[in-house]
Design a protein around this ligand. Structure first.
Ligand code: C2E
Ligand code: MG
Ligand code: MG
Length: 424
């Protein structure tokens, strides 16, 4: 039942996007009581363009008449004539559509399933809540509104990729390594970096790893690629050591590499030759890689751990049996996939899963790292849940080695200032 209590009171900072103020919000709910309380709450936020509809069909009819359309739709799921699920399906067909906040009395598992559906349909989902919704939750949802832009990273889709070019690139060391900082959430200082491969082909296009890593795996070039990345990392680490910048590095290992009998030996030898202590290097392995060839994966990972390297389970939560992988392999780090980070602030159900993953990492005594942190709300939540480290565009993007060094110096300056301020 919806009541005036649908919106519970709470003070939270409001930072509304201009589109919301100028285009307004539409409340779609069959309960007049709920529409009234939502209306009062939104008016109190300073939103004056408010529209109401008592069912999905009325909402879509109104949308067709409005120019511009409201920036956000608060959508109930259970409604007569046309329910919220159908509204979402219809919205997906529109070229210009509002962002959506789902508000429903259904159980959390159902709300979460519909939220996943909305995102899969390409709808900007600001939140999915079970009634009653707190004002703070609504504020967080509205604050997360953004104008959709194309790709946030600087990498563009490749024009062509061919294996001959990839072979040449490997021979000529044209696969470069960029570094993305990982931040310690307690001190907010750099905790390490992840090495990410980058390839600029002869046409000058940046080819993303999602294209050339599978190609390298297919063509048996992945071992060579891994070692080329390792060599660059070791060389960079050496130069950081000379400047007394002891930055730990994470390197990605692909499924196929794990099955290569000699890879662990080769890695160990190269690291020893460069004189870098093994515990400064962590290998990130995606969960899906672990099921390809279990005995080989276990052998490679165990040998690396035996020598003191860190081993991280990457994209945690996306594999078939995350818990089984955790129980089988001697991981030192758990890297939680971006899908959970992105959805957690607005979705209680996902937030519970995220909390459990962090608690599990704590229970196992291994470092928890959140991937793909893009918003302050995500960062705030991760800190409150006790996650150890975070990585993402909000904190720093992947960058070439030279930029990383300036970033690290700035980071030191920033934190030095913070310390001085605290002492003063
Ligand atoms: P990954 O290991 O999970 O790396 C994180 C990916 O997320 C990187 O994409 C990074 O640029 C991106 N990322 C970081 N912060 C954010 C954020 O806030 N939002 C979003 N949306 N994305 C963020 P990238 O560099 O394109 O790499 C994709 C994947 O390719 C990596 O995923 C990794 O599995 C693989 N890869 C990259 N370099 C190597 C390599 O040297 N060897 C192997 N085997 N795989 C690699
Ligand atoms: Mg990784
Ligand atoms: Mg990952």
């Amino acid at each position: 039942m919806i009541s005036h209590n649908t919106w519970t009171n709470n003070n939270a900072p409001l930072n509304l996007h201009d589109n919301i103020l100028q285009q307004g919000v539409m409340v779609v709910d069959d309960s007049s009581m709920h529409r009234f309380s939502a209306h009062s709450c939104l008016s109190a936020f300073g939103i004056s363009h408010l529209y109401e509809a008592a069912d999905g069909k009325m909402a879509l009819d109104q949308l067709a008449q409005l120019q511009p359309i409201p920036a956000v739709m608060l959508l109930d799921l259970e409604m007569p004539v046309m329910d919220g699920i159908e509204v979402l399906q219809q919205l997906a067909q529109l070229s210009c559509k509002p962002a959506v906040v789902l508000v429903s009395s259904s159980d959390e598992v159902l709300i979460s399933a519909v939220a996943t559906m909305a995102e899969a349909l390409g709808i900007q989902l600001l939140g999915a809540f079970r009634k009653p919704v707190s004002q703070a939750e609504l504020v967080d949802a509205l604050n997360s509104y953004h104008v959709d832009v194309a790709c946030p990273d600087q990498i563009h889709a490749p024009v062509v990729t061919d294996v001959e070019q990839l072979k040449i690139a490997l021979d000529r060391a044209k696969i470069q390594v960029h570094y993305q900082p990982k931040i310690d959430l307690e001190s907010m200082r750099i905790a390490g970096v992840e090495a990410l491969a980058r390839w600029k082909n002869p046409q000058g296009d940046w080819i993303p790893p999602s294209v050339f890593i599978p190609l390298a795996e297919e063509q048996d070039l992945i071992g060579a690629l891994t070692l080329s990345v390792l060599d660059q990392v070791l060389q960079d680490m050496n130069s950081w050591w000379e400047k007394e910048r002891y930055i730990p590095v994470a390197i990605n290992l692909s499924a196929k590499s794990l099955a290569e009998f000699n890879l662990a030996n080769e890695i160990i030898q190269r690291v020893i030759r460069k004189g870098i202590p093994a515990h400064f290097i962590t290998f990130e392995i995606t969960e899906s890689a672990l099921v390809v060839d279990l005995p080989s994966a276990l052998a490679t990972i165990s040998r690396l751990r035996l020598r003191g390297f860190g081993v991280s389970i990457d994209d945690f939560g996306t594999g078939f049996s995350s818990l089984q992988q955790l129980s089988r392999f001697p991981f030192s780090e758990l890297k939680i996939d971006r899908a959970f980070i992105r959805s957690a602030p607005a979705r209680q159900y996902i937030r519970n899963i995220l909390r459990s993953a962090i608690e599990m990492g704590q229970g196992l005594g291994i470092t928890t790292v959140a991937e793909g942190v893009e918003t302050e709300a995500e960062l705030h939540l991760l800190k409150s849940l006790g996650c150890k480290q975070a990585q993402g565009f909000l904190l720093a993007r992947p960058m070439p080695e030279r930029e990383l060094m300036s970033w690290v110096e700035q980071d030191l300056q920033r934190n030095h200032t913070i310390c001085q301020t605290r002492l003063g």
